[in-house]
Ligand binder design. Structure first.
Ligand SMILES: [Fe+2]
Length: 358
């Protein structure tokens, strides 16, 4: 039986990019493949909520259509940045330079690195130990292949990469590309060998090159912004880490809620406005309420928005942190951007022994 694996496929709709999270359940070590800059908070939250420790964020290649989230992920987790060592000039910030035959280990599992140039010089295919899954980047797409008309591309090179490094994997090996524009999520070696219109069904090198050299694709929309940023592993030109909030250590959950920890709130009660959205009757219960908090039950919040002061960031609170999460959505919808949900609500507040009025 195959060794177990934590596996998630994530999607960025703006660039149609897939990001993959692979983790070793025994050691909790994990790797992320092909992150997207704008999806950093989502990906970071998932790694945390699954209790994984990221050892590396790896790009299959220097992308032209989106900015990588590699640098942001390194800033927030301390993980290494892996990418091909073949690019000239080399990608700045890479501290795990990769080439054919290398391994990216995470706990007891690993990815085997195969060089599959052709779309770019430094394209890598990452093959999971056991050869049951491969992450093909833009070398082989589902029923397609990466364009070869810029970034040192070569259709002849790509033909050899696909046939010698990907089609030699077991027929049942699942293939996961870096992009799909038609909602397709996964394929297999057997499937692409049979049905890929560019390189399947017995197509030889002439067939493939003839097809690829006549695609007549438009210039990629994002290339002028994405390439320079990706040559820095996605570090912004000003070197500043984008933060979800300027007023406190706010984080975004995988569910998309902005929340803040009770320890920080307890120490900064003077700097925030606490909005309690429980029903009036709940105040009599044993959990009590935070001193100075304003009580506006959630079902009245929309009608009473004008009562919420705007001079301080708002921390919303309820019994367990669910209704108050919805309160942040209402507040943000009303233009009150500086707000966050108290993680765990009064339940966690009380468990932690934080002061409450009863
Ligand atoms: Fe690409």
């Amino acid at each position: 039986m195959a060794a177990s694996l934590v596996f998630r496929q994530l999607f960025d709709a703006a660039s149609s990019t897939y990001t993959y999270l692979l983790g070793d359940p025994a050691t909790r070590q994990a790797v992320l493949i092909d992150t997207v800059f704008e999806q950093h908070l989502r990906d970071r939250a998932l790694v945390g909520e699954l209790d994984l420790r990221l050892v590396a964020v790896v790009d299959t290649h220097c992308h032209a259509d989106h900015v990588t989230g590699a640098w942001r992920m390194q800033q927030s987790t301390g993980c290494r940045i892996g990418a091909s060592r073949r690019y000239q000039p080399p990608i700045q910030g890479v501290d795990l330079p990769l080439d054919h035959g290398d391994r990216v280990a995470f706990g007891g599992r690993h990815l085997e690195v195969r060089a599959t140039p052709g779309h770019t010089d430094g394209c890598l295919t990452l093959v999971l130990d056991g050869h049951g899954m491969a992450f093909t980047g833009d070398a082989l797409l589902i029923r397609g292949a990466g364009r070869c008309d810029f970034q040192q591309g070569s259709a002849r090179t790509l033909y050899r990469s696909i046939t010698q490094q990907i089609f030699t994997l077991p027929e049942a090996c699942l293939l996961f590309p870096a992009h799909d524009y038609n909602g397709r999520t996964v394929s297999s070696v057997a499937e692409e060998k049979a049905h890929n219109p560019r390189i399947g069904g017995g197509a030889d090198e002439r067939d493939f090159v003839g097809f690829m050299e006549n695609l007549n694709l438009p210039h990629p929309r994002q290339i002028d912004a994405a390439l320079p940023a990706n040559l820095r592993s996605g570090r912004p030109a000003d070197g500043k880490v984008p933060r979800p909030a300027d007023w406190g250590p706010v984080r975004q959950t995988y569910a998309g809620v902005l929340e803040i920890d009770p320890e920080w709130v307890a120490e900064h009660l003077q700097d925030v406005h606490v909005l309690d959205v429980r029903e009036t009757g709940e105040m009599q219960e044993s959990l009590g309420r935070i001193a100075g908090s304003q009580l506006v039950p959630l079902d009245q919040l929309k009608a009473r928005l004008s009562e919420i002061p705007r001079d301080k960031p708002v921390v919303t609170v309820c019994h367990a942190g669910t209704r108050s999460a919805q309160a942040t959505v209402i507040l943000r919808g009303a233009g009150l951007e500086r707000c966050a949900n108290l993680h765990g609500g009064m339940l966690l507040w009380s468990q932690l022994g934080m002061p409450a009025q009863r």
